[in-house]
Design a protein around this ligand. Structure first.
Ligand code: FES
Length: 175
């Protein structure tokens, strides 16, 4: 019997296809300019990362590796700062950002069912982006529309009294 035959079947949702990197030669050149402004000043790492993230809206692995090399810092330190601060993300953003509310009012009125339906329909979990970059999914803890819970926002649109069975109709409004 081969090793493959002994391997257990994968559980849960299949792995997402790889999302292509956004690192182009133009982005690399602009990253070099950003790094040059902070070279020799490791105490400016957070500011540097902030400026680097502004180039694409997220921080790909190659970007972090370049910053670590050029600043003479261990990759683990750069990565550690990125994972510590919630304003940084290593996940590419979709064209539309969905935020499913799980504040108290939305939670007790079915917010978890709405989030579960969004997750199932899109095939992604919280803080992930669909492979076609159409949607990113996240959770918020109240958007101030508690009387009309459960609430979902898509970009600047606030959808109130969201019915999990109507999630497909809601998503179809966004290309
Ligand atoms: S708890 Fe969801 S809008 Fe307030």
């Amino acid at each position: 019997m081969t090793t493959t035959e002994l391997s257990p079947a994968p559980l849960g949702r299949p792995a997402l296809p790889e999302i292509p990197d956004d690192m182009t030669d133009d982005v690399r050149a602009r990253l070099r300019q950003v790094v040059a402004r902070h070279q020799g000043h490791p105490d400016e790492l957070i500011q540097l990362l902030h400026e680097a993230q502004a180039l694409l809206g997220w921080l790909p692995h190659e970007m972090l590796a370049t910053i670590a090399t050029e600043m003479g810092l261990p990759y683990s330190r750069v990565r550690g700062v990125v994972t510590f601060y919630s304003l940084f993300t290593t996940v590419p953003r979709g064209r539309h950002t969905i935020s499913s509310c799980l504040g108290t009012a939305c939670y007790v009125r079915g917010g978890r069912d709405v989030l579960a339906k969004l997750s199932d329909t899109l095939g992604i979990d919280e803080d992930e982006t669909t492979p076609d970059r159409r949607f990113s999914l996240g959770v918020v803890r109240c958007v101030g529309a508690c009387g009309l819970a459960p609430v979902v926002t898509v970009d600047d649109d606030v959808h109130k009294r969201v019915n999990p069975n109507k999630i497909n109709d809601l998503l179809e409004r966004y290309e």
